[in-house]
Write a new protein. Structure first.
Length: 230
């Protein structure tokens, strides 16, 4: 006795059925799918990525005796640009013992357009580490500026030390999910725009007449073109 042989569908047949099923879906189906995947990715990223904290200290530029008070604003802009430079960070590294690479990656500085003040922000995995970064750089920046005070006529003072923050600055789970979903939806929309549309066969002028139409004319069911003109 010969057993029956089950012929499993080949990969081409399975791919063809899958393509037919996808073709039944509405054309905009990539948008909600991409948004769902983006939201899931944002939630996973927020869960895996550890929180980050930011602490901010302030340095103020004080004009010296007899110096132009308006010049302090210009000096604040200049010192704000060098707050993250190699010389200031190297000084912070020597005085605080913090790794130079950590200082480079965890410090940013900003200045005010209407006040001679420099904002130094440290970002780290723990609140205490973020405050240590900011305080080390504010002290180093003030020291760098005061070493040239005799020539510039401007002194730098640490106006406010950075304190350990209470809450992280990393996005919360709802925000990360929403951002991921929005990014995924945007990507799905772009895919939809570049996706080729199905082309319908166009009837060309003077083209050949389909075979069923020719048969109908020969059978007399449809009058020929010259008879219809008459």
């Amino acid at each position: 006795m010969h057993g029956t042989v089950n012929h499993a569908p080949g990969p081409r047949a399975a791919l063809g059925r899958l393509r037919d099923r996808v073709g039944l879906l509405p054309r905009w189906w990539p948008v909600p799918l991409a948004a769902l995947l983006g939201a899931a990715g944002g939630a996973v990223y927020q869960t895996v990525e550890p929180p980050r904290y930011a602490a901010t200290g302030y340095v103020v530029v004080v004009p010296g005796k007899g110096a132009d008070p308006a010049a302090a604003l210009g000096f604040a802009q200049a010192y704000g640009r060098i707050a993250t430079s190699g010389a200031v960070l190297a000084d912070a590294h020597r005085t605080s013992g913090l790794p130079l690479g950590t200082l480079r990656g965890g410090i940013r500085a900003a200045t005010s357009p209407d006040a001679p003040m420099i904002e130094v922000t440290g970002t780290a995995r723990t609140p205490a580490a973020a405050a240590d970064l900011a305080n080390a750089v504010t002290r180093a920046l003030a020291g760098t500026g005061n070493r040239t005070a005799a020539r510039t006529g401007a002194h730098l003072l640490v106006l406010a030390r950075a304190s350990a923050p209470d809450a992280p600055v990393s996005p919360s789970a709802p925000l990360a999910t929403a951002v991921g979903g929005a990014a995924g939806g945007l990507l799905g929309g772009l895919v939809l725009l570049v996706r080729p549309r199905e082309r319908r066969p166009a009837v060309r002028a003077g083209g050949s007449v389909p075979t069923p139409a020719v048969a109908a004319v020969e059978a007399g069911a449809v009058p020929a073109a010259e008879d219809a003109v008459r």
